[in-house]
Design a protein around this ligand. Sequence first.
Ligand SMILES: [Cu+2]
Length: 124
Amino acid sequence: MNLARRRLLGAGAGAATALAAGTFAALVFAQPAEQVIRITARKFAFLPGEITLKKGVPVVLEFTALEVVMGFSAPDFNLRADLIPGEVAKVRLLPQQIGRFEFLCDIFCGDGHEGMHGTINVVA
Ligand SMILES: [Cu+2]
């Protein structure tokens, strides 16, 4: 066995270890390019307020807050992010279950904050 081939096999074994250790990361690489969904957070709504995703298809949610610091929280997916004006907050999501799931703003952003929520609709 020549050295180059041995190196190649070594790299393969390393990748297998990485697959076992970091299944999520490996999964992201194995999937087709992620769909990007842009969501704007403003007083006092997410726009769009409902997003429809396909089960098993990874997406990146890109949030922009227009006025003040806001939060994105999707408890059913164990996801949250701070949404800071002037920055784009990226949240990766791989929906595994069909259904309708609420997300909300979890940083007080003014009167009307309590009504600031939206729906992630996961379909087959
Ligand atoms: Cu808020």
